[in-house]
Design a protein around this ligand. Structure first.
Ligand code: CS2
Length: 461
């Protein structure tokens, strides 16, 4: 099973699974993919027997390939009961997830399930579940009733400790059920499931019409479900499974006891500088990440963020050379053939900022250092937020955050107002004078001093 059948899942998880089957000859695997909020991908895949093309873009791109590891695509929105049934089937031994940060519906203040969320409440009350956590919990409950045996839930989203987080959210859901049900489900989950953490990496932009035309020219067929991706792909998986799984290691995945240092490197170096580029890029009118990273000053800011703010405060995996990793990240951002838009990477900022940047801000402040570049990224997000009409913002908190904004959009009005949002900044961080000073400085630089002065300041270090 795969929950969240977007472009990323097709270009990553489905490819690893197919390669594992090809490498081992064990063709017994197949993925039932579930779309979450929209049924588009399920509708695109169904009439083409769930076959789809992965077209790599950039230097050393492999020729397009047709991937066959998805065997069924269903719309979770339209048929939630089918999702529950499939999770509960004895033939399902692994459920992978790419549902994006907001799909987890957790409360960043507690790290637990957001029980004030309307959809979560409806799922707990017993309507056919529409949230991923509700589908998982109800599927596991049915599995227990069916005696369908152990299952592993594998989160593949850019969240720290994604396995432990997913487990906690499912257990929070279970605990909200009536007492007897709650006890039975909690006990079953404890005895029959594993929730390994994973780090996934592949840049996968949204597919455009011209991507589909390009694939059609090579393939000779119209593939409505084709995806484009960079050649690079990586999957680090905690070796903690409750039952059978595809031999993903034969497809290049790495199994390890401790994913945390890999997650930290990916999220706090790559994803954090991706966000920095997205917001600086949008401020300067760049449409793509490759255009933004070609701006010398913006590239220098990314380097500053990674080398000065992040590397000194994280613990890298032994196998990873920090400097080489950062250089590799900048090279990948520069891929001109990918067309990864700043708008896409900049979407859902309220969900990403905390995970990607604020831990780095705190770690530096705790060590008595100024997190200059991480603060620049947060200020650039604030500016993007305050200068874009709520209707044009792609962010689940757009309305809430806009309601908190003052009429005047100057740095000294906007920065304190957004720092007051407890769904993004905790109290201690919001009250930190060094952080606020940095935000005020960078916000004004972006807003009133102008981009050329900002570029000069960045370049001068
Ligand atoms: C990006 C990620 O959209 C975003 O927020 O930072 O999707 C990024 O491309 C992937 O995590 C790369 O593995």
């Amino acid at each position: 099973m795969h929950l969240g059948l977007g472009a990323f899942a097709r270009a990553h998880t489905a490819v690893f699974t197919e390669e594992a089957m090809l490498a081992t000859g064990d063709l017994g695997w197949g993925i039932t993919g579930v779309t979450q909020r929209s049924d588009t991908v399920a509708r695109q895949l169904a009439p083409q027997d769930c076959l789809f093309t992965v077209a790599e873009r950039g230097a050393r791109a492999a020729p397009p390939r047709v991937v066959a590891s998805i065997t069924e695509a269903i719309s979770g929105r339209d048929d939630p009961n089918a999702v529950v049934e499939r999770i509960a089937a004895a033939t399902t031994t692994v459920v992978t997830l790419t549902i994006t940060e907001k799909g987890y519906r957790f409360d960043p203040r507690t790290g637990g399930l957001d029980l004030s969320d309307d959809l979560v409440r409806a799922d707990v009350a017993g309507t056919p579940p529409l949230t991923a956590v509700g589908q998982l919990a109800r599927g596991l409950q049915r599995r227990a009733e069916n005696g369908a045996g152990p299952v592993t839930v594998v989160s593949c989203d850019n969240l720290p400790h994604n396995g432990g987080l997913t487990r906690r959210l499912v257990l929070d859901f279970a605990a909200s059920l009536p007492a007897q049900e709650a006890a039975a489900l909690t006990e079953w989950i404890t005895a029959n499931t594993a929730f390994p953490s994973t780090m996934v990496d592949r840049m996968v932009p949204a597919t455009t019409g011209s991507d589909l035309d390009g694939v059609e020219r090579v393939l000779g067929l119209r593939d409505e479900a084709a995806v484009v991706a960079e050649p690079f792909r990586q999957w680090i998986i905690e070796d903690n499974f409750a039952g059978p799984r595809p031999r993903w290691e034969d497809a290049g995945a790495v199994f390890t006891q401790d994913v945390a240092p890999w997650e930290a490197a990916k999220l706090r170096l790559l994803n954090a500088s991706h966000s920095l580029l997205a917001y600086l890029g949008m401020a300067a009118g760049y449409e793509t990440i490759s255009d933004a990273v070609a701006d010398d000053a913006f590239r220098a800011a990314c380097r500053g963020l990674m080398l000065e703010d992040v590397l000194p405060v994280i613990e890298l995996p032994r196998e990873l050379d920090g400097g080489a990793y950062c250089a590799g990240v900048l090279d990948r951002f520069a891929n001109p053939a990918l067309g990864h838009t700043t708008a896409k990477v900049g979407s859902d900022g309220s969900q990403k900022i905390g995970l990607r940047l604020l831990t780095t801000v705190k770690d530096n402040l705790d060590a008595g250092r100024e997190p200059r570049w991480a603060a620049l990224a947060v200020a650039a997000w604030m500016r993007h937020f305050a200068s874009t009409p709520p209707g044009e913002l792609n962010d689940p908190l757009a309305a809430e955050l806009h309601a908190a904004l003052p009429g005047t959009r100057t740095a000294d009005a906007v920065v304190p107002a957004l720092l007051g949002l407890r769904s993004v900044f905790d109290e201690a961080l919001a009250a930190n004078p060094t952080f606020e000073k940095l935000l005020l400085h960078w916000y004004s630089a972006l807003d009133s001093t102008g981009l050329d002065a900002l570029r000069k300041e960045i370049t001068n270090g």
